[in-house]
Design a protein around this ligand. Structure first.
Ligand code: PMV
Length: 351
């Protein structure tokens, strides 16, 4: 049964008094195969999405918690990235704490020193917000476990994703592996707009070896933030057809992941990437995140696939970089096509 927002409100009394604590966690990044694009309410998705977890791209976080004598309304914290104080990240984290306070009021009982680092370089094009908010949410749920009477593992798993979602939508899909679905789908059990779940089927062994290599076209800040892109979907002329596609495609993707149907997996993954960017190019105002090199790489991938029959494909997130998805067994053969251009490689594997 799916949980409601009310289920995540703590009604029990504290079991243990707040005391000084150190808690560590790590969380992976993820890449959507069927994309989340557009939202409603408080960070709820316009459509369901499904992603691969990128287990080799992690954010590690350690928090040093000091119990406070006097509880304030706001969470007092400092954020450090690679041991350096990063004040410019703090407004986003403060906003996150404000949104989640209703569900985890105990966060105000402490002073927080948050130390984070990423296993992937800054310039890799991987958004650290997904793994970062997922790692922090794991810590908060861990803290809840230490302070309140025990609950089920399902409650803790869903609550972690629920909290992460309030930091950044796609972070909801960074709390477990190998595949996560976020957003209610009438034909997929347990799915919810409030949090992501691990679907209850075995993925085909071929996908357990899949890799994601990112070809960097552009480093640094995106020109148009995802937040703006999501908002433009509210009045998008193709909003309804987009929603319909996403529902159909999430279901199709689950079938291909189960059966190992690579041909259709490739078709669908690439169709989704291009549709995401087509939505950007047809919103009002419209914008283009792909660069000439993005298209060049896409053509190269398609030509190479045609020539060799190898099952590689591309996907895109909200930027110009190209994610190349392929089974481990063809890594060698891809060297000639891609690896001269690859500056960063990330692998997701499933244990
Ligand atoms: O989580 P946000 O708000 O950064 O949005 C992410 C949107 C995409 O990366 C383009 C798609 C997705 O599902 O991750």
């Amino acid at each position: 049964m799916a949980f409601t927002e009310q289920d995540f409100i703590i009604r029990e009394k504290l079991l243990n008094q707040p005391h000084d604590l150190v808690i560590d966690s790590e969380a992976p990044s993820n890449i959507a195969l069927v994309k989340y694009w557009g939202k409603y309410g408080v960070q709820l998705p316009m459509n369901p999405s499904i992603s691969f977890t990128l287990n080799k791209s992690q954010t590690q976080t350690t928090v040093y918690l000091t119990a406070l004598d006097k509880i304030s309304d706001k969470v007092s914290f400092k954020f450090y990235l690679d041991q350096k104080h990063q004040a410019d990240f703090e407004p986003k984290i403060a906003g996150f704490f404000k949104k989640i306070k209703k569900f985890v009021p105990f966060i105000t009982y402490f002073n927080w020193k948050i130390y984070s680092s990423n296993s992937f370089p800054h310039s890799s094009g991987i958004a650290s917000s997904a793994s970062g908010f997922a790692a922090l949410s794991k810590i908060i749920v861990d803290l809840e476990k230490q302070l309140y009477p025990p609950k089920t593992e399902t409650y803790y798993a869903y609550k972690t994703s629920f909290l992460a979602r309030l930091g950044s939508g796609s972070a909801s899909r960074s709390t477990a592996h190998p595949v996560m679905i976020w957003g209610h789908h009438p034909d997929i059990k347990q799915t919810s707009d409030l949090y992501a779940i691990v679907p209850d089927f075995e993925i085909h062994p071929i996908f357990k070896t899949y890799k994601d290599s990112i070809i960097l076209v552009e480093k640094g800040q995106k020109k148009v933030s995802s937040t703006v892109g999501h908002t433009l979907m509210n009045t998008h002329p193709f909003k309804n057809i987009r929603k319909q596609h996403a529902y159909e495609r999430v279901l199709q993707m689950t079938r291909y992941l189960k059966s190992g149907d690579l041909e259709n997996f490739i078709k669908l993954t690439e169709a989704e990437a291009l549709e995401l960017h087509a939505l950007m190019m047809t919103s009002s105002p419209n914008y283009i995140l792909m660069q000439p090199d993005t298209l060049k790489i896409i053509h190269n991938i398609r030509n190479f696939r045609k020539k060799t029959g190898l099952p590689l494909c591309f996907t895109l997130d909200a930027g110009a970089n190209v994610h190349v998805l392929y089974p481990d067994e063809i890594t060698q053969q891809l060297q000639q096509l891609l690896f001269s251009k690859i500056e960063f490689e990330t692998i997701h594997d499933y244990i």
